[in-house]
Design a protein around this ligand. Structure first.
Ligand SMILES: NC(=O)c1ccc[n+]([C@@H]2O[C@H](COP(=O)([O-])OP(=O)(O)OC[C@H]3O[C@@H](n4cnc5c(N)ncnc54)[C@H](OP(=O)(O)O)[C@@H]3O)[C@@H](O)[C@H]2O)c1
Length: 323
């Protein structure tokens, strides 16, 4: 029997698609004895998973429920194969991205503030906000109370599983998409990340949807913010460290850009951090992938990898091959 450890917090009913020949072992972060397992499905909360790790023996394969696996290699070392749950977050994270873009273009954070204050007339503050964000000196009449996504140019940094889903969801808005990934290719056209600085001034919306790696660390810094258009919208659905937080705070405080971030650096964002009070910023506390559909979908991906592992077939989503 192949011993597979899974987070005890997960409803065991969700493991019903797992192949036969598997013994399921619930793993908690409070175990007071060592547990022998060959395959480990870590808790989606890294802190909990890291607390459980010292009690685990014999792990050869880690099947993460998440797309981002950055904490795992340093924890389990190089002799363990690591797979991510590529595909499990496509819909939830792409929907978050669309919602964030529309929320900011429609000034929902401002209107929520107005709703709470109970003053209808404050809606005309939207016109001032538009003028400031677009460095627009002339008054527009009738006043601008929101902006349109349709027809805008969206630059996507990262064009993997989630990036493609975002593009699919953006299609009805007839946006022009500029795609950037590690390497350039055609059909559809994808630019190499080395071209990013040149492409930035073309975009009205910039979506970050790439992994946190040494190469992507602070990919968006002061120089990149300077190259963005006045009023450009930066959406970080990726990982906090992809953006230089100090440079983001400076660009927001200068009123040059607006942003929606689901992820921050540091994360969790500490109380009193300057980012909390930046203008034209929507923060959600890393919730982009977390819908009720996420766990069943991620565990279907894990079940498929397990079946392949048992049958000796190549695994689909290897992010680290054991040495
Ligand atoms: N906010 C959330 O809750 C949430 C949820 C899920 C995922 N995420 C984040 O989203 C990331 C992407 O997920 P995915 O499933 O789409 O991953 P994926 O399918 O592996 O695609 C990653 C994309 O990023 C590109 N990339 C990697 N390093 C890059 C670099 N240094 N510069 C430019 N592009 C780079 C890749 O380029 P190539 O195509 O050339 O290889 C690829 O297009 C995850 O790693 C995770 O950090 C966040």
């Amino acid at each position: 029997m192949l011993r597979v450890g899974y987070p005890e917090t997960i409803d065991a009913e969700l493991l019903r698609y797992f192949p036969e020949g598997v013994e399921l072992i619930p793993i908690s972060d409070k175990m007071d004895r060592d547990v022998e397992i060959e395959v480990w499905i870590p808790d989606p909360y890294p802190a909990r998973a890291m607390r459980a790790w010292p009690r685990l023996r014999g792990v050869k394969l880690v099947l993460s429920m998440l797309a981002g696996t950055e904490w795992i290699p340093a924890t389990v070392g190089p002799h363990v194969t690591i797979c991510n749950a590529r595909g499990a977050h496509n819909i939830s994270t792409a929907e978050w991205t669309l919602a964030a873009i529309l929320a900011l273009l429609k000034y929902f954070p401002l209107y929520l503030d107005i709703q709470r204050s109970g003053v209808w007339k404050r809606r005309f503050e939207a016109a001032t906000l538009y003028g400031e964000l677009n460095a627009e000196k002339r008054e527009v009449y009738p006043p601008v109370l929101g902006e349109e996504l349709t027809g805008k140019t969206v630059l996507m940094v990262g064009y993997g599983a989630i990036g493609k889903e975002i593009e699919r969801m953006l299609a009805p808005f007839a946006v022009e998409t500029i795609r950037v990934a590690r390497t350039a290719r055609s059909e559809p056209e994808v630019h190499a990340v080395s071209e990013l600085d040149e492409l930035l001034p073309r975009a009205e919306v910039i979506v970050l949807i790439l992994p946190a790696t040494p190469e992507s660390h602070r990919l968006i810094g002061a120089r990149q913010f300077e190259r963005m258009r006045h009023g450009a919208l930066l959406i970080n659905a990726a990982r906090g460290p992809v953006v230089d937080t100090d440079a983001l705070v400076a660009a927001l405080q200068a009123g040059r850009i607006r942003a929606a971030v689901d992820v921050t650096d540091p994360e969790p964002l500490p109380e009193g951090h300057p980012l909390w009070n930046c203008p034209n910023l929507l923060i959600t506390p890393h919730v982009g992938g977390a819908t009720p559909q996420f766990a069943p979908r991620a565990l279907r991906v894990a079940a498929d990898e397990l079946r392949r592992y048992i049958n000796g077939e190549p695994l689909r989503n290897v992010v680290q091959a054991a040495i």
